[in-house]
Design a protein around this ligand. Structure first.
Ligand code: C2E
Ligand code: MG
Ligand code: MG
Ligand code: MG
Length: 288
């Protein structure tokens, strides 16, 4: 019986692997059409300023609804796009649609920044600065409205050419944020030299801030580091009133997470902005 079970096990894990390979191949095959033909969408998650007492920014997050597999998470298909040379058209689509969604909100007088996640492959392709400039021009968005979010591992390993493209963007007035900060390996010496004005602290730190004194001490030192380097610090993944209270005690300037607001489609942004109550900063649940 043990032998049979063992065989079964091997067979079913083989089948699972086949299914995973099949899914990957199907997704890779379907992605170009999704990018070109409307299979993708964007949602926007608010970033709340503690001093400002309001929503100061929106982060654009890409979604893919696949006709057969349903919602495919970005962590799965961004990697596919990177492997298959599709990341430039994907990021162009994200930049265009995100800036187009922001324009009417700015026109109504909302003072907002837009965070867009950037892939290292786009930096390596050498057309990031041109593509950003085009999206800003076509949507009539001022460069200082845009913050390019780049993960720590990407920036720390970036070659000099890539930094030039980031320098160009910074000279245009765009901001650069170091995303998922603390998750990877950072050299402090290098951090101080990067053209970065925002540190987005990975949600792994925030998760245990109210039950692990060491996590709280780490978060406090990241907030202090940001202050020293003149960078804004955003805490990601704020989910509970306890985490919020701890972050406020520590003096973290900017907060993002399900407690403050879940990502919503562009057509719900006017409602999200109008419905924001500063009370969420004191732990009163948001309706979103
Ligand atoms: P990220 O840039 O760190 O984005 C934050 C992720 O955390 C989002 O997941 C968001 O939905 C999730 N999140 C926000 N608040 C909370 C919370 O309170 N609790 C928990 N558990 N999660 C929270 P999402 O949308 O699945 O995106 C995952 C990652 O995919 C992003 O991480 C980003 O690295 C990447 N990504 C998303 N959109 C794009 C894009 O347009 N281009 C590129 N290159 N990457 C993207
Ligand atoms: Mg991000
Ligand atoms: Mg992040
Ligand atoms: Mg992330």
């Amino acid at each position: 019986a043990a032998k049979a079970a063992g065989k079964n096990c091997v067979r079913s894990s083989g089948e699972a692997l086949d299914r995973a390979v099949d899914r990957r191949a199907r997704l890779a095959g379907d992605l170009p059409a999704a990018i070109a033909g409307g299979g993708l969408s964007l949602v926007f998650q608010p970033v709340v300023g503690v001093q400002e007492h309001r929503i100061v920014g929106l982060e654009a997050l890409v979604r893919w609804h696949h006709p057969e597999f349903g919602d495919v998470p970005p962590d799965e298909f961004i990697g596919l796009a990177e492997d298959d040379g599709l990341v430039v058209p994907l990021q162009r689509w994200v930049l265009r649609v995100a800036t187009t969604a922001l324009a009417p909100l700015l026109a109504e007088g909302h003072d907002l920044r837009l965070g867009v996640n950037i892939s290292i492959r786009h930096l390596q392709a050498g057309c990031l600065a041109t593509d950003v400039a085009r999206a800003l021009a076509e949507s009539g968005t001022a460069p200082h409205r845009l913050i390019l979010e780049i993960t720590e591992s990407v920036l720390m390993g970036a070659g000099d050419g890539m930094e030039n493209d980031l320098d160009t963007l910074r000279a245009m007035g765009c901001g650069v944020a170091l995303d998922d900060f603390g998750k990877g390996y950072s050299s402090l010496a290098r951090l101080a030299r990067l053209p970065v004005r925002v540190l987005k602290m990975d949600r792994a730190f925030v998760a245990h801030i109210d039950d692990d004194p060491r996590a709280a001490a780490l978060v406090a030192s990241v907030v202090q580091l940001g202050r020293t380097l003149g960078m804004d610090v955003v805490a990601e993944g704020v989910e509970t009133p306890g985490q919020l209270a701890a972050l406020r005690r520590i003096g973290c300037g900017y907060l993002q997470g399900f407690l403050l607001g879940r990502p919503v489609p562009a057509d719900r942004l006017p409602l999200l902005l109008a419905g924001f109550r500063p009370g969420v900063l004191d732990g009163v649940p948001s309706h979103f």
